[in-house]
Ligand binder design. Structure first.
Ligand code: SF4
Length: 102
């Protein structure tokens, strides 16, 4: 999740620079239309697709692992907050010894 936010912020920075550099090449009305479209196609839509891929690739971990029912599991980051590690379908950082119900 942090990677999605990081990449989106980097794209946002580049987009602002590009928009600022190209502002004199268009009239004001076209400039705003292109700005809104570029924000959607280069910022919002890629972030949304990345988020959908993140959700899809971690669906099994959130649904069917031991960690998913533990109070130390943060499903927004797929993170064990007690061990500060990312559980997977094959890897449980505490090996079940520190599991606590939500
Ligand atoms: S304490 Fe153990 S069971 Fe709970 S989230 Fe962390 S690794 Fe998973």
């Amino acid at each position: 999740m942090g990677e999605i936010i990081y990449k989106t912020l980097i794209r946002f920075l580049f987009l602002i620079i590009i928009i600022w550099l190209t502002k004199n090449y268009f009239d004001e009305k076209l400039f705003w239309i292109l700005s809104v479209l570029s924000f959607y196609f280069f910022l919002i839509h890629p972030a949304y697709l990345s988020y959908q891929r993140f959700i899809e690739s971690n669906r099994n971990i959130v649904i069917s692992t031991l960690c998913s029912s533990c109070k130390h599991f943060d499903k927004s980051a797929i993170l064990c907050t007690k061990y500060d590690k990312h559980p997977t379908e094959d890897f449980i950082p505490c090996e079940g010894t520190d599991w606590e119900p939500k």
